[in-house]
Every structure is written in structure tokens, then in C-alpha cells.
Write a protein that binds this ligand. Structure first.
Ligand SMILES: NC(=O)c1ccc[n+]([C@@H]2O[C@H](COP(=O)([O-])OP(=O)(O)OC[C@H]3O[C@@H](n4cnc5c(N)ncnc54)[C@H](O)[C@@H]3O)[C@@H](O)[C@H]2O)c1
Length: 258
């Protein structure tokens, strides 16, 4: 068990990837404070995972609430070793049609400010506790690529990548590691949107191995990054896209199916 004896705080724990991360953290021996906006979702996770898990409703756009979640983790489990800033939301409109208050600000609030608050509060808590810590942020392959209908999301994930680098440098004297994982196309409810548009098959064929990634695959990468096995990985975003950013959709494949 990679994380035996560790205590982790997880945001966005009730989503497709968040649930898989929560399950795997517990399977790897960690005790977890799982947080999310969804009280209902947290209750279901609690029933499933039992005493190794505690829950707290948390809106990551509120710095004081995020800081109090760090306190809660320590009060509940006696320590804190790992903070996973995973909560995130999407958006999807052409840029010229944006209403900033609807299409940019909320995405920035959750994906950028929320991760910033999680990094800052975790850094302060680890420093106060005088123990090394690990912070893992959930980015996306779209943090380094432009894509249609996704301006605000991609910008926010690029910010996650840079916050990961900058925080790692700032926190190095405290022996705090900061990494990010950049999932590609993961089999979560997000794909329902593409299914409804009839695009699922196309999306699958755009993958190097013509398969979407499962949330459990991302959870394994996260557990590795959070573990002592990854002690020399710091200030970087690890792409978990099954090759998505490393190749161009082959023309032969495109025309073979049409
Ligand atoms: N699913 C994918 O294909 C994919 C790909 C790349 C990156 N990601 C990233 O992975 C992370 C998890 O995504 P997911 O697929 O599980 O999404 P999801 O929509 O299934 O889950 C997101 C969770 O975040 C919670 N949340 C939303 N706003 C919040 C807030 N203000 N405070 C606290 N919690 C809040 C939601 O309640 C939900 O449980 C996100 O950061 C997302 O951008 C997902």
C-alpha cells in the first residue's frame, strides 16, 4: 500500500475522477477527508468507504472554508500529508458569444482561484505542522492545447500548470512537493455530452490507442504522485492522456473510417 499511514484532503470528491481517487487513496492505506459541494454524494462515499473516510461540504471558491478544511483534516485524523486540489468545472461557448460573468468568471473561480486557495492553505498548514507535504492539482491536457468551445477551461488549466511550478519553487524550503496530473479524455459523465452530440466514436478514434481513459487509471497516477515513490517528481504536470498530446490524429485513420 503506497499511502499507508498518510492523511489526505480531496476536493471535488464526488465527481467521476474524484470518486475514483477517493476509493484508491483508501485502498492504498490513506485516511481521507473527502470534500465536495454535494452533501448527497459525500454521504454515498461515506457509506461505501467507512471509517477511513470523513466528509465535509466545501466550496473551493471560499478561501476561509478551504483553510478550515485543512484544520478539519488535522482535527479528524491527527495530521495532514497530502492535499488534492481536484474540483473543476467545464464551459463551452464560442469566445465571441461569451458573457464574462457566466462563461469566464465561474470557471476561473473554481478551476483557478479554487486551486490557488488549496495550494495556499495547504502550504500554510504543512508549514504550521512543520512536516513535509504533497500537493497534487488536477489540470487537463487542455492546459497546453487550444480546443474549440473551451476558452475559459483551457486558460484555467494553463494557470493550474503554472501555479504548480511556482508553488513548488516557493515551498521547496519547507520540503513541500507540488505536482499536477493532466488527464486526457476520461470516461466520466462529461462524455455524456459528447455521446448526445454523436461524437463519442470520433473522440475514441482520436485517441492514440482508440480508447478513452478510465477514472481508475487517473487515480493510480495520482496515488503514485502523492506517494514517496515519486519523491523526485516536483513542480511539473504529468500528462495522463494516453498519448493525446503527443501525436496528430493520422489522416489515414480519419479517411479509413469515412
Ligand atoms: N473527466 C475528464 O475527462 C477530465 C479530463 C481532464 C481533466 N479533468 C479534471 O478532473 C477534475 C475532476 O473532473 P471530473 O471528471 O471528476 O468532473 P465531475 O464534473 O464529474 O466532478 C467535479 C466535482 O467537482 C465538484 N465541484 C464543482 N464546483 C465545486 C466547488 N465550487 N467547490 C467544490 N467542489 C466543486 C462537483 O460537485 C463534482 O463533484 C476536474 O478538475 C476536471 O477539470 C477531467
Amino acid at each position: 500500500m503506497k499511502l499507508h499511514g498518510k492523511v489526505a484532503l480531496l476536493t471535488g470528491a464526488c465527481g467521476g475522477i474524484g470518486q475514483a481517487i477517493a476509493r484508491n487513496l483508501v485502498a492504498q492505506g490513506a485516511r481521507v477527508l473527502a470534500t465536495d459541494l454535494s452533501q448527497h454524494g459525500l454521504a454515498a462515499l461515506q457509506r461505501e468507504l467507512g471509517d477511513e473516510l470523513a466528509t465535509m461540504v466545501l466550496d473551493v471558491t471560499d478561501y476561509d472554508a478551504v483553510a478550515s478544511a485543512m484544520d478539519r483534516a488535522v482535527e479528524t485524523f491527527g495530521q495532514l500529508d497530502i492535499v488534492l486540489n481536484n474540483a473543476g468545472i467545464g464551459a463551452g461557448k464560442p469566445l465571441l458569444e461569451h458573457d464574462p460573468a457566466v462563461d469566464f468568471d465561474p470557471v476561473t473561480a473554481v478551476n483557478q482561484h479554487g486551486v490557488y486557495y488549496g495550494i495556499l492553505a495547504a502550504g500554510r498548514k504543512f508549514t504550521e505542522l512543520d512536516r513535509p507535504g504533497v500537493i497534487i492539482n488536477t489540470s487537463s491536457v487542455y492546459g497546453t492545447m487550444a480546443s474549440e468551445l473551451s476558452f475559459s477551461y483551457n486558460v484555467s488549466k494553463a494557470a493550474v500548470d503554472m501555479m504548480t511550478k511556482c508553488a513548488a519553487l516557493d515551498f521547496a524550503p519547507q520540503n513541500i512537493r507540488v505536482c499536477a496530473v493532466a488527464p486526457g479524455r476520461v470516461n466520466t459523465p462529461i462524455l455524456e455530452h459528447y455521446k448526445a452530440l454523436g461524437l463519442l466514436e470520433h473522440i475514441t478514434r482520436e485517441q492514440m490507442r482508440e480508447r478513452v481513459i478510465e477514472p481508475e487509471d487517473i487515480a493510480q497516477v495520482v496515488a503514485f504522485l502523492a506517494s514517496d515513490e515519486a519523491s523526485c517528481i516536483n513542480g511539473t504536470t504529468v500528462e495522463a492522456g494516453d498519448g493525446f498530446c503527443g501525436f496528430k490524429y493520422p489522416l489515414t485513420r480519419r479517411f479509413a473510417g469515412e
